[in-house]
Design a binder for this molecule. Structure first.
Ligand SMILES: C[C@H](O)[C@H](O)[C@H]1CNC2=NC(N)=NC(=O)C2=N1
Length: 96
């Protein structure tokens, strides 16, 4: 099982994920993505879904028309883990 990040490890990891916001209460990171329209937003969600299945690590997310909100944390660890950091990096990379 993957472990929750220590505060030091979390701060180091978040320094490399400048577009993501850390929520202390949820022990999670989040980011909102805006697209041209629903079709672009849903195409992005499809790509994230494929990443999530491959990694066995799934986002909490929502979509309203052209906007996708993603929250990442690790249920098995009860907080933020390296898996979330890796997933955030992969999601960012989708946007090139
Ligand atoms: C067995 C399976 O891989 C686990 O239940 C995975 C599935 N997806 C998951 N996703 C997230 N976000 N956290 C988890 O702890 C988690 N666990």
């Amino acid at each position: 099982m993957v472990a929750k990040l220590t505060v030091a490890a979390r701060e180091k990891a978040l320094a490399g994920l400048t577009d993501w916001t850390f929520d202390e209460a949820k022990d999670a990171i989040s980011r909102q993505f805006s697209f041209e329209n629903f079709s672009e937003a849903f195409a992005f969600m499809t790509r994230v879904a494929l990443l999530a299945e491959k990694a066995g690590h799934h986002p909490e997310w929502s979509n309203v028309y052209d906007t996708v909100s993603i929250i990442l944390n690790t249920h098995d660890a009860g907080g933020l883990s390296q898996k979330d950091i890796e997933m955030a990096g992969k999601v960012d990379a989708l946007l090139g």
